[in-house]
Structures are given as C-alpha cells and as structure tokens.
Design a protein around this ligand. Structure first.
Ligand SMILES: *[C@@H]1O[C@H](CO)[C@@H](O)[C@H](O)[C@H]1NC(C)=O
Ligand SMILES: *[C@@H]1O[C@H](CO)[C@@H](O)[C@H](O)[C@H]1NC(C)=O
Ligand SMILES: *[C@@H]1O[C@H](CO)[C@@H](O)[C@H](O)[C@H]1NC(C)=O
Ligand SMILES: *[C@@H]1O[C@H](CO)[C@@H](O)[C@H](O)[C@H]1NC(C)=O
Ligand SMILES: *[C@@H]1O[C@H](CO)[C@@H](O)[C@H](O)[C@H]1NC(C)=O
Ligand SMILES: *[C@@H]1O[C@H](CO)[C@@H](O)[C@H](O)[C@H]1NC(C)=O
Ligand SMILES: *[C@@H]1O[C@H](CO)[C@@H](O)[C@H](O)[C@H]1NC(C)=O
Ligand SMILES: *[C@@H]1O[C@H](CO)[C@@H](O)[C@H](O)[C@H]1NC(C)=O
Ligand SMILES: *[C@@H]1O[C@H](CO)[C@@H](O)[C@H](O)[C@H]1NC(C)=O
Ligand SMILES: *[C@@H]1O[C@H](CO)[C@@H](O)[C@H](O)[C@H]1NC(C)=O
Ligand SMILES: *[C@@H]1O[C@H](CO)[C@@H](O)[C@H](O)[C@H]1NC(C)=O
Ligand SMILES: *[C@@H]1O[C@H](CO)[C@@H](O)[C@H](O)[C@H]1NC(C)=O
Length: 841
C-alpha cells in the first residue's frame, strides 16, 4: 500500500465512521419519534389531572408489593412531558391520541368521580385500572362515553355500588373484567341488559360481583365468548346448559354459587373447552361419558357439588388434565380410581382433589405420578399407616398435602421423617396418629397436626425448618420442654399453637429480636416460671394465651408496648401482685380481650391504668371483619362444663375478665370510660365501695358480673339504660335498697341479686318499705332463657356464676374440608388467571 492510498484509506475510513455515526444518530431520533408520537396537549392535561385526583404514596397503597407503574414520573414541565412516552400510556402512532391507559397497580387511592378528566380521553380503546384503590366510590356511568373501548379492566380496585348500565353502550368491547374481592360491594342491577348487546365480547369476568339473579339465557347469544367467569356471584336458578356449547368457549367458571343448579351436557369432540370450574355449586347429575371428548381439558373442578353416579372410564382420555377436583360429591362408586393404576392415567396431573369421597385406601392412581403439586385426600376413611409407596409419589414436586380428618395412625417408617423434600404445607389434623411427631423437611412452612395422639418430646430437628409460618401442634400429648429453638424460629413464624399438650418446665427464654409472631397459644400445659421478657420483641403479636399453666410471675405490664396486642389471656396461673405499671409507655392501645381470672392478683385497680386502653373506648363498627390474619382465630368458652368453640371472633369484641383474684378497694369510676366493652367480670374478688354509676355509659355491655365481692350501697339506676345487658349478677355482696326497674332489668331473676341482705323489690321476695318500687312487673320473660347471644350474630354463652368466662383462643380450622376445596379452587383459578391475562393482553 503506497502513501497516497494509505491517506486516502484513512480519510475514507474517517468519513465512513462519521457518516455511520450521523446515520445512527438520525435513526435513533427517528425511531424515538416513531416510538412515541407527540401527545395532544388536552390529553396530557387530562391525564395529569386524572393522576392528581388521587393520593399516590406508599402509606395508602394497597398493592405496594406489586410491580407498580411509574406514574410519579409523569411531567407537565421538564423532560418527560410527552404523555405518549409516559409509563402506562400508549398513543396512536398516527394521530397521537391516547388509545391505551394501563394503570395496573399504580397506587391510586381516592374516589373516581363522574367529572374525572379520564372521561375526556375519548379515543381510549384499552383501560386498565386493576389493583388500585378507588375507596369504595361508584364506577361512574360516564364510563359509557368511552365508546371506543375494546378492553376494560376494573378488577380488584375497590369500587362499590352498581356496575353502571351504561357499559352496555360500549359495543366494541371484547374484554370486560370487573373482578372483586370486596364482599359483594359491587353489584349489577341486570346482567341481561348489561351484556346482551355486547356481541363482540370474548372475555367476561364478573367474579365476586353480587349479581343475585339467574344466569341469563341471552349469554348464549354472545357467540364470540372464549372466557366466562361468574364465580362467587350469588347466582341461582338453573344454569343454561347451552352455555357449555358456545362454539368458542374455552374457559368457564361459575364456582361458588351455592344455589346455582345445573347439569353437564353431552360434549362433542369439537368442543374447545379447556377449563371448567363448577365447584361449590348445586350442579348435580352424572358425569357424562362424553366428557372423554374434551381432549383439550386441562382443569376440571367440581368439588363440593352434588354429582352422583360413577366416574366414567372415559376420564382416562383426559390426558391433558393438570387439575382435577372431585372432592365432596355423592359418587356411588369410585372404582375408576383404584382400577386405573398405570401412569398414562392423568399423566399431567398436578393438582388433585379427592377429599370427602369415602376413600378407604390411598388410591392406586397416585402410584407413579411425578408431577403432583397439590394433593387433597382429607376427610376420607383412610386408615392405618401412610404406606411407604406414597413416599415416592411426586417426591420432587409435592408441595401441599392434605390428609386431615382421616383415621391414619402414622407413617410406615418410624421414627417418622416426612419424606417429601419440597413440601410446603401439610395437614394431618384430626387423625389418630401416635408416636413421636414426624420431622418435617426444612421446606415446610405450614404444619398442622392438631388433634392427634403424638407423644414424647419434640425432636430438635423440627428447628431445621427454614422459614416456618404456622406450627399447630395443639391437642396432642407432647411433653418435655418447649425446645428453645422455637424461640429462634419466631423470626419467620406467625402462628405457634401448642395448646393442650403436656409441655413442662419454662417457656423458652429467647424470642428473636425480629420476632414476627402474631399468635402464641401455650395454654393448657404445665409451664412454669416467668413469662420471658423477650416476648416483647414480638412487635406484631396480636394474641398471647398462656391460660391454665403454672406460671408464677407478676403482671406483664411490659407487654403493653405491643401496639397490635388484642387478646391477652393469663387465666388459671400463679400470677400475683398488683396490676400496675410505672411507665407511661405501656399502654396496651389495641387490647380487646383481657382475661386475668383465677390468679392471685391483688391490690387496688388504678384508674390510670385503663386510661389508655383505647380500643375499648371506641364503639367498634359493626363490620364483618374477624380477628386473625394468617389463620382466623376462634374462641372457646366453657359453660357448665361444656366447651363451646366459636370459629371466628368479630373484630370489635371487647371483654375484661378479672374474676377470681384478690383485687380490693373501689371499682374505679373510670372503667365507665371503656364505652366499647361487651363483657365485664369482676366477680370473686374483694372489691368494696359502690357500683360506679358511670357503668351506665357502657352502652354496649351485654354481661356484667360483680358477684362475690363486698360491694355496698344501691344498684345505680343508670344501669337500666344498658339495653343489651342480658347477664347481670351482683349476688353475694352487701348491696342495699330497691332493685331498679325497667328494660333489661325486668328479665333478671333472683339469682342475679341473691345474698344481698339489704336488697329488696322484685324479683326478690323481700318487699321494699317504699311501695312504689315493689310493683311486680309483667312477667313476659320465661325462666331460664337458655343461651344468651352477644350482638353481631356470633353466639357466646357466658357463665352466670363462678369464675370467668373461661376463654380459650384457638386457631380456626383453616383446613376444614370445605375450605381445602376452596384452596384448590382458588389456587387453580389464580394460576389460570395469570395465565389467561398473559394470553389475552
Ligand atoms: C430528566 O430526567 C432524569 C431522570 O429521568 C432526571 O434525573 C433529571 O433530573 C431530569 N431533568 C430535568 C431537567 O428535569
Ligand atoms: C375514602 O373514603 C372515606 C369514607 O368515605 C373518606 O373518609 C376518605 O376521605 C376517603 N379518602 C379519600 C382519599 O378520598
Ligand atoms: C368534581 O366534582 C366534585 C364534586 O362532585 C368537586 O369537588 C371536584 O372539584 C370536581 N372535580 C373536578 C376536576 O372538576
Ligand atoms: C356522556 O354522554 C352523555 C350522552 O350519552 C352526555 O350527555 C354527556 O355529556 C357525556 N359526558 C361527557 C363527560 O362527555
Ligand atoms: C340492543 O341493541 C338493539 C339493536 O341494536 C336495540 O334495539 C336494543 O335497545 C339494545 N338493547 C340494549 C339493552 O341496549
Ligand atoms: C346482593 O344483591 C341482592 C339483590 O340486589 C341483595 O338482596 C343482597 O343483600 C346483596 N348481597 C350482599 C351480600 O350484598
Ligand atoms: C339471541 O339473539 C337473537 C337474534 O339477535 C334473538 O332473536 C334472541 O331473542 C336472542 N336470544 C336471547 C336469549 O336473548
Ligand atoms: C339443588 O338441586 C336439586 C336438584 O338437583 C334441587 O332439588 C334443589 O332444590 C337445589 N337446591 C338449591 C338450593 O337450589
Ligand atoms: C377416548 O379416546 C379414544 C381415542 O383416543 C376414542 O376412540 C374414544 O371414543 C374416547 N372415548 C370417549 C368416551 O370419549
Ligand atoms: C343433592 O341432591 C339431592 C337430590 O338429588 C338433594 O336432596 C340434596 O339436598 C342435594 N344436596 C345439596 C347439598 O344440595
Ligand atoms: C413464685 O415466685 C416467687 C418469687 O420468685 C417465689 O417467692 C414464690 O415462692 C413462687 N411461688 C410458687 C408457687 O412457686
Ligand atoms: C417511651 O417512648 C418514647 C418514644 O416512643 C421513647 O423515646 C421513650 O424512651 C420511652 N420511654 C420508656 C420509659 O420506655
């Protein structure tokens, strides 16, 4: 190469580089413009106003753990002002109009109003507001003005009220999602008129909306439907069978409509059905043999229906099934199950529900299955040992296994080690298992073994669980000390249930600094010593129950720093001393139920002490929330030797039980400030002085027991104002004067007042000097009315005498068979929803 050509070469090289670079730059800016057309000024303003009409921050964000949209980066000024480039916004490439708004999980909080600027975006074709919190506002009827909409998703966004009928004008809609989890706060006035003209609909999902009607026949006219979900909609009547035969219908879910009756039709090979969920309905009849024609079927869930007859052999044609739930039906014969033993039966099955079918042995169909993820065999008649061959069933995949409510006595090997290494959830409750507690694999997070006969100490290997959430060992005969490592597991544990075993010695000293326990129940054991102070590390604790042990300690005022503590039960132990705290920080702000009965507490009750029990001061809203998060809590009350268990505790319930101690002095007048109180028991103490007239403020009070004290003076007439009072006991005191008349007081009998030498008037036979007060009232109430009910639907029976409502708190059986069914269903559904969302978006 000579010099000239060398320079020329270099020059050309440079020129080439420069041009390439310029071209690249040009291309980039062009493509920038191509990607984001320039947005219209008015639409930008509308979007910004829309955004600004909501609170968007972490503290009010209901779905903050999801991947949130970056609406915060939207700008009217500065460098992100092209609204077509904003996160969640899409514009038409040519016209620049906003055509899609996808604000999935954007932390919006506030009302969507009818004058919202959203309704100025008239070119919108897709609108997704799923996973925001519109604070129970109504869906504005103006939504019907967005007439270009083809896709509308308002699911899980906390709208209330009617779904506006104006949606019927959105004639281009092809998908309409309004799923709700909000206990039927959303409803439709008429599903028929809402959808019958939406003839382009391919997807319709109103699950969780209160539809409260029959399923309109006109749905069969929506011939494009591919997907229909009307689960949990309070549907009733006869389900139109022709819906099964819609030519394009792939997925049909009408589960959890208990009054919906229906039958399965004959199926043809042309049917595209992929997913059928009919669980928790009143569907009945036989399973048609032609079900074998549904060769694309991946999910078939009919748990808790009323199907009968046999399971047709053609089921073996359903080779694509991933989920099958047959639980709780009235099949006369299950021969198909055991007979089918080869692995080409249900080769893909991952989720199998065979609960409550009367199975007497582990079905052979399970042999050789390697993909099971969830297996439900609860509520059958399985007996004896869990056979060894089961250990190899889906060894590498099984994560959830339900075996509760059977007659199993143990595992075929012993000492038992639970053999599925990936297991996450295991319920063995209500069996007859004995021997030592099976050692769970480290992966296990939910372990339920209550109501068996396990004995011996807990192996320290249980502490190999890497992040357990719920450990329920209650109602067994386990003994020894509670292994200290359980205190360390408290970092991940949320529920620790050791109720009614034989654990002795001291409670573990150390509870992790990051303790995340919400519920601890150590009741009915033989625990001794102190309550460890490190329990105060459990900042999320809601329930602490150590009743019926031999704990010897002073009043645990130091638990008062726990902001969430709602229930504290110490009854029947050796607690002693006075109920005091020197520090103002120990306030028990959320305490709802406190039971100190049957201890040796003494001294005066200081008014100052209750001053900060804020939860008891407010009259709880009568909502339908129940206490408990990971599991719902239930409560046990003993009356006349019978333990009654209530499955749920309403959030607002407040109770104080200080009975059977040695408290003395006056009953503080300030107790009358706890206006939310439902039950107060101070019986069997040594209180003196008067009954505070401030008790007349306790308008919610349903039970008041002051018996067996040394109270004197009159019964304050203010108590007559307590309209809910149904149990009243002041017997065995030194009260004097006339018994007040009126309202609830007409219903109390002798026993409420006896052994007060100075009391007179009805119902006592002693007549007062003052003739006015001795008029016997009309006797409209029968002697012994039987159980008394607290307000709000749930029953509580309270003892009329003796000490205490003997409280127990136990976790609800989240694995009653029915709910298991539900779990499977929801599980299946969730999986599908994600899948379908991906498919259809
Ligand atoms: C432009 O945006 C970037 C981040 O995207 C930001 O760091 C920068 O401060 C912005 N500049 C102006 C002028 O707003
Ligand atoms: C949400 O609704 C409640 C009750 O209607 C109201 O008090 C509150 O101000 C609302 N919050 C917002 C942000 O709109
Ligand atoms: C919408 O109407 C409400 C009253 O219904 C009003 O308070 C609010 O300011 C209005 N918002 C806009 C953007 O006009
Ligand atoms: C919506 O449409 C109705 C007529 O169907 C009209 O009266 C109303 O003004 C429209 N609202 C808006 C916000 O455009
Ligand atoms: C449905 O459409 C038909 C004709 O297009 C119309 O006559 C009827 O009123 C519409 N019904 C509803 C409920 O919108
Ligand atoms: C559902 O709607 C029906 C009829 O509109 C109503 O009677 C019922 O109370 C609603 N149910 C709930 C739980 O809101
Ligand atoms: C279905 O549509 C046809 C024609 O549009 C109509 O005649 C019929 O009444 C509709 N059926 C139902 C059940 O709405
Ligand atoms: C359930 O279906 C049966 C017929 O299979 C019917 O007799 C019964 O009334 C239905 N129950 C309800 C609640 O609809
Ligand atoms: C099962 O499938 C076979 C062929 O795959 C077919 O011949 C048979 O009819 C099917 N049985 C039923 C009951 O659908
Ligand atoms: C199941 O169906 C039978 C009649 O076939 C009926 O007597 C029974 O009540 C139904 N069970 C339920 C739970 O609906
Ligand atoms: C309780 O503890 C105190 C102080 O530690 C001790 O004096 C007393 O004997 C204990 N009582 C019982 C019954 O163990
Ligand atoms: C009381 O709480 C405050 C802040 O919540 C804290 O600064 C103070 O140290 C606490 N006092 C005691 C005695 O714990």
């Amino acid at each position: 190469m000579d010099t000239y050509s060398y320079h020329e070469f270099i020059f050309k090289r440079l020129l080439f580089t420069l041009i390439t670079w310029l071209l690249l730059l040009l291309a980039r800016s062009l493509s920038y413009n191509l990607q984001y057309p320039l947005c219209h000024q008015d639409e930008r303003v509308a979007l910004m106003q829309f955004k600004d009409s909501f609170l968007i921050n972490n503290t009010t964000c209901k779905y903050k753990n999801m991947e949130n949209r970056e609406v915060a980066s939207w700008r009217i000024e500065g460098n992100n002002t092209n609204c077509c480039a904003w996160d969640g916004v899409e514009c038409n490439q040519v016209t620049g109009h906003v055509i899609a708004l996808n604000l999935w999980s954007s932390c919006f909080y506030g009302s969507l109003t009818s004058n919202s600027s959203l309704f100025r975006l008239l070119h919108l074709q897709e609108l997704t507001l799923v996973f925001n919190d519109f604070n129970h506002s109504q869906i504005p009827s103006e939504i019907g003005n967005l007439s270009s909409l083809t896709h509308l998703d308002l699911s899980y966004s906390w709208f209330s009220g009617p779904i506006p009928s104006e949606i019927q004008y959105l004639s281009k809609l092809s998908s309409l999602w309004i799923q709700s989890l909000d206990s039927y706060n959303l409803y439709t006035r008429s599903l028929t008129s809402l959808v019958q003209n939406l003839t382009n609909l391919e997807l319709l999902d109103f699950s969780g909306v209160n539809i409260s009607s029959t399923v309109p026949e006109s749905l069969t006219n929506l011939s494009s439907l591919k997907y229909l979900d009307l689960s949990t909609c309070k549907l009733y009547g006869r389900f139109p069978t022709r819906i099964f035969q819609l030519p394009h219908l792939q997925e049909l879910a009408v589960a959890s409509n208990e009054d919906l009756t229906g039958y399965l039709p004959e199926f043809h090979t042309s049917s595209p059905l992929v997913y059928l969920a009919l669980g928790d309905t009143n569907f009945s009849g036989n399973l048609p043999a032609t079900i074998g024609n549904l060769n694309s079927l991946t999910a078939f869930a009919i748990g808790n229906c009323n199907f009968s007859g046999t399971i047709p052999n053609s089921f073996s044609n359903l080779t694509q099934l991933i989920m099958l739930n047959l639980s709780q039906n009235s099949f006369s014969e299950l021969s198909w199950l055991p007979r089918a033993s080869s692995s080409d039966i249900l080769p893909q099955i991952q989720n199998l529900g065979l609960a409550n079918l009367g199975l007497t042995k582990f079905p052979d169909i399970l042999r050789n299955h390697s993909k099971l993820f969830n297996l439900d065999l609860a509520g059958n008649n399985l007996q004896g040992l869990i056979p060894k061959w089961m250990y190899n069933v889906s060894k590498e995949s099984l994560q959830r296994f339900h075996l509760s409510n059977n007659y199993l006595i143990g595992f075929e090997n012993s000492p038992a080690i639970i053999p599925w290494p990936k297991l996450d959830y295991l319920s063995l409750e209500n069996n007859m298992m004995h021997g030592s507690l099976p050692i769970p694999p480290p992966s296990l997070r939910f372990y339920f073994v209550s109501n068996n006969s396990f004995t011996g100490r807990i192996s320290p290997f249980i502490c190999n669980m890497s992040s357990p959430r719920v450990l329920d060992l209650s109602y067994n005969y386990l003994s020894g000390t509670i292994h200290p490592c359980l205190g360390n597991l408290s970092q991940s544990l949320s529920v620790l249930q050791l109720r009614r075993n034989n654990f002795g010695s001291n409670i573990p000293k150390t509870w992790a600094k990051e303790c995340s326990l919400k519920m601890i129940d150590l009741s009915q054991n033989q625990l001794q010593g102190h309550l460890p102070r490190s329990l105060a590390n459990c900042m999320e604790l809601e329930y602490l129950h150590v009743g019926r042990n031999q704990i010897n300690d002073t009043y645990p005022f130091w638990l008062g720093t726990l902001q969430q503590l709602k229930i504290l039960v110490l009854h029947s132990n050796g607690f002693y001393g006075s109920m005091r705290s020197s520090e103002t920080n120990y306030t028990f702000p959320d305490l709802h139920i406190i039971d100190l009965s049957h201890n040796h507490f003494s001294g005066h009750l200081s008014a100052r002490y209750f001053a900060q029990w804020d939860a008891m001061k407010s009259i709880g809203v009568n909502n339908l929330n129940y206490m408990g998060s990971e599991v719902s809590y239930s409560i046990i009350i003993t009356i006349k030797g019978v333990e009654l268990e209530f499955e749920k505790i309403q959030d607002g319930l407040t109770v104080i039980d200080f009975s059977c101690n040695r408290f003395e002095g006056d009953i503080p007048e300030k107790l009358g400030n706890l206006k939310g109180l439902h039950a107060l028991n101070l019986s069997n103490n040594a209180f003196t002085g008067h009954i505070p007239s401030s008790f007349g403020n306790l308008k919610q009070l349903e039970s008041l027991d002051l018996s067996q004290n040394k109270l004197f003076g009159k019964i304050p007439p203010e108590l007559v104002q307590l309209n809910f009072l149904s149990i009243f006991n002041v017997s065995h005191n030194c009260l004097t004067g006339p018994i007040p008349h009126g309202q609830q007081f007409e219903t109390f009998l002798n026993n409420s007042f006896k052994d007060n030498p100075g009391l007179c008037g009805w119902p006592l036979s002693k007549i007062c000097g003052d003739s006015n007060s001795s008029t016997p009232p009309p006797s409209t109430f029968e002697e012994n009315q039987g159980p008394i009910f607290f307000e709000f639907g749930w029953k509580v029976v309270v003892m009329g005498y003796g000490c205490g409502f003997i409280f127990g708190v136990a976790i609800g059986h989240i694995v009653t068979t029915r709910k298991q069914d539900w779990l499977i269903k929801i599980f299946g559904q969730k999986q599908r929803q994600t899948q379908i969302r991906v498919n259809h978006r």
